[in-house]
Design a protein. Structure first.
Length: 284
């Protein structure tokens, strides 16, 4: 009887019946297709944005290119980087359902998001502040009680604002461009977002001197790349790529390219941040 059951189970396996099939890992998929599919942002200056030539450029794009180049070396075959634009709402679902292999733009590593996806080591640090018009009299969250303040729904900035100033009248927008336009038109008195992204908005504004970033940091926002859960080899590959960039000094060169004195958005790296980034690289 036991022999019959064993034979029956073997038959099911051979026929591809009820037995589960192991999912293809990201590295296996890339080896098979020769394509790295990455999600990124189109307006997160200077992390990922589309320039006048309709080219995707930015700090995060350079990181994705480093992952692609290391893949070619590991797999011994050409690997093409295909970029797909994601939004605040779509980025996590697209990683979860494996439409994209990695998301790298301006995403904060949070414990809540970590329940759905895995994260790489951090590659940038910032925090939430308010963008206001000069002369508004607003110096921080204490001054926006009962006033209309814009933010991205579900973002760390919007959540931090609601905690820090529950009396604020929060108005949500789908992207930073729409939020800044509302501020420009006087529909809101302040816009809450990561300070580096606010600096990016001002870098492209028509009259940047008309605005200022104010207040203490309302949150801490360490940026990381997102990858699918339960694929440790792929997460390790992304992490080891970043560790190699740290050890070679290339990560700091890229940082200076985009955030240095002559960068798109000057944002000096503190020694504390430099030390922390360096300490993330594990010994070989």
């Amino acid at each position: 009887m036991k022999r019959c059951i064993a034979v029956g189970l073997a038959g099911i396996l051979l026929l591809g019946g009820a037995a589960p099939v192991l999912a293809e890992t990201v590295l296996e998929k890339i080896r098979r297709t020769g394509v790295l599919t990455a999600g990124t942002r189109g307006t997160s200056i200077p992390f990922a944005f589309v320039n006048e030539k309709n080219e995707w450029i930015g700090f995060s794009i350079d990181l994705l290119e480093a992952i692609r180049a290391r893949l070619e070396k590991k797999l011994g075959k050409p690997t093409r980087l295909v970029k797909k634009e994601v939004t605040h709402e779509t980025r996590i679902p697209l990683v979860v359902n494996r439409t994209i292999d990695v998301e790298c733009g301006s995403t904060t590593y949070t414990r809540g998001r970590d329940e759905a996806v895995d994260f790489s080591i951090n590659f940038f640090f910032t925090g939430t502040q308010l963008l206001v018009k000069k002369g508004s009299g607003i110096k921080g969250v204490a001054d926006v009680a009962g006033k209309r303040v814009g933010g991205i729904p579900g973002s760390t900035g919007e959540k931090a604002l609601r905690v820090a100033q529950p009396k604020a009248d929060v108005v949500t927008f789908q992207d930073n461009g729409a939020g800044f336009l509302a501020l420009e038109q006087g529909k809101i008195v302040a816009y809450v977002q990561d300070s580096i992204l606010l600096a990016g908005l001002l870098a492209k504004a028509r009259n940047p001197k008309d605005y200022e970033v104010v207040g203490d940091l309302l949150s801490k926002d360490p940026y990381s790349c997102m990858v699918p859960e339960n694929d440790s080899k792929w997460r390790d590959f992304v992490n080891h790529t970043f560790m190699e960039l740290i050890d070679s000094g290339k990560l700091f060169e890229l940082y200076d390219k985009w955030f240095g004195e002559r960068g798109v958005v000057p944002y000096p790296m503190s020694e504390k941040v430099r030390t922390y980034l360096s300490m993330q690289s594990m010994p070989e």
